[in-house]
Design a protein around this ligand. Structure first.
Ligand code: MN
Ligand code: MN
Length: 459
């Protein structure tokens, strides 16, 4: 069961190709910190690769055939792309799936308030975070404000060199005796996660003069009013760019590797596919995984199934049974990050079943917690097929579980695709500091994930 480190297996120019791919990924991360930005970036990548918008074809009814490349963006927050194969869609697709939402702080619908001369934006955190990690670091606001007339105002504040940043303040150590005695989950109250937004009062204003000054800035710079927050989706994320990490530059430190480190190579594997495949190929990048895949843009909605139904219709299969067959006969790599083994916290891992940085793309036969509860457990037959594909393509891969038995656990989108009775297995990239504002991955694992996804699509 010995597994070699991927770095020791690179010969010739592979290391340079890995470096170039890692640079592309970093650039993608910098332009895609939210699900909306990631869906936009995915659309740009697909359009550059000759994919057409499926919605336009649905409207025109133009039939599809082998070799056609199409994509669909759903509610601007989820994304699906296909390369149509020679075989009947009823025989199933090869699907790569990942999610493009990440833990962050969402601005509330009535967020702006003033307290003792300071103005704040109130937030409600999204996904599983250690709240104390979000204090005293620069945060940027990303998202959209949709005005009552439907005008969409895109917002990115805090990323440019001269942009202001926001932050949540922390207590000075000198006065933190009581705070330091609290458990980490109580260290800071969720309701105390308020973004510091202003301190200079508006001249000749009596009530809430600082808040009024902030509103004047929003009116001047964005043309929005306080009521427009009601129809906004603003997300506070760590400000700044993805960086190479380590003196040897072997890793990347960035916000939102979970799960863009799987989403990006999944999409690239699809768009880099040349020619016409046998089976139809698909990549789905979905929203809302971090809060249970709920909502109309989450994997638990029908958007994916509906899109496959539209595809079937344009391929001449206009019936419910065809859609069911297309989904049931598919096979899928449901890609999400694995908990990278961290020597500093060795106690929560079971070492021989842990994801090691640098050992390549990681397969999780099952996820879940407390007796595999909530797990999608891949069939042994499918695991064997995947093993064969990876080995034949010379991909460096490993297997893992999320931590020790009863240490905790987690789920992915795999079980939602397994509902269609398709073969699906979890796989992905090992991450250190998962769900922290800045997460770490190995460039080798990113590269091996890309190679593995390409091999899966070609098999
Ligand atoms: Mn994830
Ligand atoms: Mn996650």
């Amino acid at each position: 069961m010995y597994r070699k480190n991927a770095w020791q297996q690179y010969i010739g120019e592979e290391r340079a190709r890995l470096g170039a791919f890692a640079d592309d990924y970093r650039a993608f991360l910098d332009g895609a910190k939210t699900e909306r930005e990631a869906a936009d970036a995915a659309e740009a990548i697909c359009r550059a690769a000759g994919f057409r918008n499926l919605d336009a074809l649905i409207d025109s009814g133009e039939p599809l055939g082998p070799g056609d490349r199409v994509y669909r963006k759903w509610m601007n927050k989820s994304f699906v792309a296909f390369v149509i194969g020679e075989e009947s869609i009823e025989r199933g697709m090869s699907i790569l799936g990942a999610h493009i939402d990440s833990p962050r702080l969402d601005v509330k619908q009535n967020p702006l308030f003033e307290d003792e001369g300071l103005a704040y934006l109130d937030t409600h955190y999204y996904g599983g975070i250690k709240k104390y990690q979000w204090l005293a670091l620069p945060l940027a606001l990303h998202g959209v404000i949709v005005k009552k007339d439907g005008d969409v105002v895109p917002v990115t504040i805090g990323e440019g060199e001269d942009d202001p940043a926001l932050c949540i303040t922390d207590l000075l150590p000198h006065l933190a005796q009581e705070q330091m005695g609290k458990t980490a989950s109580k260290f800071v109250d969720g309701e105390a996660l308020n973004l510091l937004a202003g301190s200079a009062p508006k001249p000749e204003t009596e009530k809430d003069a600082v808040k009024q000054a902030v509103l004047a800035v929003l009116e001047r710079d964005l043309g929005v009013s306080e009521e427009d927050f009601i129809s906004a989706e603003l997300e506070a994320v760590p400000a700044g760019r993805a960086r190479d990490c380590g003196l040897d530059r072997s890793m990347i430190l960035a916000y939102g590797h979970d799960d863009r480190v799987c989403a990006y190579p999944s999409l690239r594997a699809l768009t880099d596919f040349e020619g016409t495949p046998g089976r139809t190929l698909c990549a789905v990048l979905t929203d809302k995984e971090e809060i249970g895949s709920v909502g109309a843009s989450g994997m638990n909605s029908h958007y994916f199934e509906n899109t496959v139904a539209e595809l079937c219709a344009l391929l001449g299969f206009d019936g419910d049974l065809s859609v069911r067959r297309a989904l049931q006969n598919s096979r899928m790599l449901s890609s999400d990050v694995s908990a990278g083994f961290d020597p500093a916290y060795a106690g929560v891992y079971e070492k021989k079943n842990a994801a090691m940085l640098g050992l390549g793309v990681c397969f999780n036969k099952y996820t879940g917690s407390r007796g595999k509860s909530g797990a999608s457990d891949a069939n042994a037959e499918f695991m064997a097929a995947v093993r064969r594909v990876m080995d034949d393509a010379g991909v460096c891969w490993q297997t893992s579980e999320l931590g020790k038995v009863d240490a905790g656990g987690g789920g992915t989108i795999a079980w939602l695709c397994a509902k269609y009775a398709m073969n699906v297995v979890d796989c992905g990239v090992a991450v250190l500091s998962m769900h922290a504002p800045w997460e770490v991955i190995s460039k080798a694992d990113l590269w091996e994930a890309y190679k593995g996804y390409c091999a899966f699509l070609e098999s």
